[in-house]
Design a binder for this molecule. Structure first.
Ligand code: GLC
Length: 515
């Protein structure tokens, strides 16, 4: 059906700085990505979501945007971005850009103008500038990256930043802000972009002057929906475009509000990402997801990883397999063999569920989290702002290993911006390509079958033994995942399994697709 490609799509997340380096400066770029489009087409994905590529001082990996209508020199040029979009389309790949509406960079033109214009100026109305209180900040809000959410400019006023000080928050009551973002969406839609990922989507509405009302002062305030109704109108003026929101909310009913027919098309399912690999917990998350999405006609999404979370192979190899943004369990003992086995099973589960699925670059290689990066190379602002207690997210952003026996593993010419572990030589695309049992080939096989039999639709749970989840999809394909301690019998012809069956039985931590 035209206009609904995202409903059952497989969307591959490219972290441009770490995907492929075309000019040998140690950072990935658009030239590198353009060269690697054949790899992505062969993998069998439908669309690419690119993390921010805009000019930025990179205080938060590009989530500090200085200009929403251009491309950072480190990645290339606007002309190259346009070429990339055309080439991706020719290869059958749609493009989703990351738009960051909660905050800009302190080096954006608007923020510089605001600082220069001084207290009380209309330029300051686009942000949240306030006088201090009792010699301190205007209120006690804390930054999500740690420390106070307010910093001072030289004339003594304070400005709000829910993230790093280099990321001043926009004031969404300002018509300038509303109109400018509509224009940014049009700018990229005109250039052929197929979708927009909305960063920190639940945080835009806040009122630092309001008396506390017992609710979270800046997460999921009711007024935020009006913003997305406006975005949806802009988006609907172009055929086949979609919005996907980064909405971290524990309450599914509140989450679902973002998916009403006049708001976003889809949102990331973080409950599924956070969930422990345990049958009851997973079954509950899946059921709740379906129950909240289906009445709205919105397709669920299934996400196992992204650039903010611990890599699945590492997480699933630990005693506790759930994920919590507030506590990354850095350095907790992990069994990489077990973690890989479970990550393979989880991938078959995620890809079999009804809706769209997101794959973060390197997930298809089974890359582990790199937990032993030298401290002086860490770049995530969480590291400094947590007083060096939380190492942050660099460990899942290490440059991609393509080929060869030693770093930079075909990533590019120079030293990659974060060092790759030497033992990644067994995890390169080249190494896995040749091995029919590799994670890469599991992903390829699964995506090929998924294209034929899975995607958008619904599921029917099947009776199953303790510790086992089993469901049938509309096409008749069934997915069984054994998270119990004993091998279990399965019925039907095995089309694909995440690990070998033993005497016809599905072993623990293994999933299979059957007909
Ligand atoms: C989102 C991004 C994250 C970024 C933050 C602030 O959560 O995924 O990487 O640091 O927003 O923009």
């Amino acid at each position: 059906m035209p206009g609904t490609w995202w409903r059952g799509a497989v969307i591959y997340q490219v972290y441009p700085r770490s995907f492929a380096d075309g000019n040998g400066d140690g950072a990935g770029d658009l030239a590198g990505l353009r060269d690697r489009l054949p790899y992505l087409a062969r993998l069998g994905v439908d669309a690419l979501w690119l993390n921010p590529w805009y000019p930025s001082p990179m205080a938060d990996g590009g989530y500090d945007v200085a200009d929403y209508r251009d491309v950072a020199a480190v990645f290339g040029t606007l002309a190259e971005a346009e070429a990339l979009i055309g080439e991706a389309h020719a290869a059958g790949l749609r493009i989703i850009l990351d738009v960051v509406p909660n905050h800009s960079s302190h080096e954006s033109a608007w923020f510089r103008e605001a600082v220069a214009a001084g207290p009380g100026s209309p330029e300051r109305e686009r942000f949240w500038f306030r006088p201090g209180r009792d010699g301190g900040p205007p209120n006690d809000w804390q930054s999500i990256f740690g420390g106070p959410a307010w910093s001072r400019v030289p004339d003594g006023e304070w400005y709000l930043h829910l993230f790093a000080p280099e990321q001043p928050d926009f004031n969404w009551t300002s018509p300038d802000v509303v109109n400018d973002f509509h224009d940014v969406l049009r700018f990229w839609f005109e250039r052929g972009v197929d979708g927009i990922r909305i960063d920190s989507a639940a945080l835009l509405v806040k009122d630092p002057d309001a008396e506390p009302d017992g609710l979270d002062p800046f997460t999921d305030r009711d007024g935020v929906h009006e913003i997305y109704r406006g975005w949806r109108k802009v988006t609907d003026a172009y055929p086949d475009r979609m919005l996907v929101g980064e909405v971290w909310l524990p309450d599914q009913e509140r989450f679902a509000r973002y998916l009403r027919p006049d708001e976003m098309h889809t949102a990331f399912n973080f409950d599924f990402l956070n969930c422990a690999l345990e049958p009851e917990a997973l079954r509950k998350v899946i059921d709740t997801t379906l129950a909240t999405h289906i009445p709205l006609g919105a397709p669920p999404t299934w996400v196992l990883s992204n650039h903010d979370v611990v890599r699945p192979v590492t997480r699933y190899g630990r005693a506790g397999t759930s994920f919590d943004l507030q506590d990354r369990q850095h350095g907790a003992p992990t069994d990489r063999v077990l973690g890989l086995r479970r990550a393979r099973a989880a991938a078959l589960l995620a890809m079999a569920l009804p809706g769209a699925v997101y794959i973060y670059q390197g997930e298809e290689l089974g890359l582990p989290e790199v937990e032993d990066l030298p401290d002086d190379l860490r770049q995530d602002p969480i590291w400094a702002r947590s007083g060096h207690t939380d190492p942050g997210r660099d460990g899942c952003r290490v440059p991609f290993p393509w080929s060869g026996d030693e770093p930079p593993f075909g990533f590019g010419g120079g030293d990659p911006w974060l060092p790759q572990p030497p033992d990644w030589k067994t995890l390169t695309v080249e190494a896995q390509d040749a091995d029919p049992g590799s994670m890469l080939n599991l992903y390829r096989d699964a995506l090929a079958l998924r294209r034929e039999h899975l995607g958008d639709g619904s599921l029917t749970w099947l009776p199953s033994a303790d510790g086992v989840l089993a469901f049938r999809r509309d096409s008749g394909l069934t997915c069984v995942i054994n998270l119990g301690a004993e091998p279990v019998p399965v019925t039907g012809e095995v089309l694909l399994a995440s690990g070998p069956l033993q005497d016809g039985l599905l072993p623990p931590d293994t999933a299979a697709w059957l007909r």
